[in-house]
Design a protein around this ligand. Structure first.
Ligand code: F6P
Length: 326
């Protein structure tokens, strides 16, 4: 195997707070170890259109505290085609990049896996997504910050919910995963979380209302994970209007606000440790793996497992929400 000289780094898919902290950690660890580093703008799209920048230690100064990604991001349909990936590979070779660090969610790491196999390129991934839906790591980069944003917003909603004695359905992100809804509900003392993981097993709304969840309350907040399986907050409110008209309900969709903001200390530390570990993994000759941290220990997880092995929510937490909201 030829020695790696130049590492390319990109962020892809939905941005997540602390992606910048990860870019900084990868860049500085790589330079410390004698590599040159190239930034690829706009994820795989920039790899295809040939948008490269030289990364120096100063390029990543004063970015650890900022949300978003200095490298920009995109979702590239072209990279999903063999033709698109062939152009990306050609550009990479021309630029002298011989290994990649990809920061992104499941779609981005799926792309990395195919690309690495097709062209025999050393690629290491970092789990960058607020959804927390990648297997092999306790949390993903950006998840904690998004959870804190949800907490701040729901705390504000509680003031008005309680003043008007209303039932609020608050839709949070997660793309078919209930981590944000479930832990967001615990952090805000919400009355319930409606999550996609059990949507086909239980009528979560029906059960909630049948159990008389508002008996001792003058306001209620229910966090609903966005997903076709839950139908989202609007669908919940529609149902309430028809089936339980005694409730005065309102809907708030938190949306992309959850993806922004200065990263929390936890996310900055996670991203910094993972970024350093990604370069160390390349130094050790690792490839086709995602860096994870489980029980505070760095792990390298084959892409295929990170993407395909379902990371399960802890269903016992649903009971925690229920008990703590009596
Ligand atoms: O994967 C991150 C995420 O924010 C999901 O929670 C959400 O479903 C999706 O991205 C939204 O994507 P977009 O920014 O392309 O609308």
């Amino acid at each position: 195997m030829a020695r790696i000289k130049c590492i390319g780094i990109l962020t892809s898919g939905g941005d997540a707070p602390a992606m910048n902290a990860a870019i900084r950690a990868v860049t500085r660890t790589a330079i410390y170890n004698g590599f040159t580093v190239k930034g690829i703008m706009r994820g795989y799209r920039g790899l295809i259109s040939g948008e490269f920048i030289d990364m120096k230690t100063q390029t990543v100064s004063n970015i650890i505290q900022h949300g978003g990604t200095i490298l920009k991001t995109a979702r590239s349909a072209e990279f999903k085609t063999p033709e698109g990936r062939a152009i990306a590979y050609e550009n990479m070779r021309k630029e002298g990049i011989d290994a990649l660090v990809v920061i992104g969610g499941d779609g981005s790491l799926s792309g990395a896996r195919i690309f690495a196999e097709e062209f025999d390129i050393p690629i290491v991934g970092l789990p960058g997504t607020i959804d927390n839906d990648l297997y092999g790591t306790d949390t993903t980069i950006g998840y904690d910050t998004a959870l804190n944003t949800i907490m701040e917003c729901v705390d504000k909603l509680r003031d008005t919910a309680s003043s008007h004695e209303r039932l609020f359905f608050v839709e949070v992100m997660g793309r078919n995963a209930g981590f944000l809804a479930l832990n967001g509900a615990i952090a805000t003392g919400s009355e319930a979380a409606i999550i996609p993981e059990i949507a086909t097993e239980v009528d979560q709304l029906g059960e909630l209302i049948a159990n008389g969840f508002r008996k001792s309350k003058n306001s209620s907040i229910v966090l609903v994970a966005e997903s076709p399986l839950t139908g989202g907050a609007m669908a919940m409110a529609e149902r309430v209007k028809k089936e339980f008209p005694q409730f005065d309900s309102r809907v708030t969709i938190l949306g992309h606000i959850q993806r922004g903001g200065s990263p929390t200390a936890s996310d900055r530390i996670l991203a910094s440790r993972m970024g350093e570990a990604a370069v160390n993994a390349l130094l050790e000759g690792q490839r086709n793996v995602m860096v994870g941290i489980e029980n505070d220990v760095i792990k390298l997880v084959p892409f295929i497992q990170a993407i395909r092995k379902n990371k399960t929510v802890d269903r016992a937490l649903l009971n925690t929400v229920k008990i703590l909201s009596i």
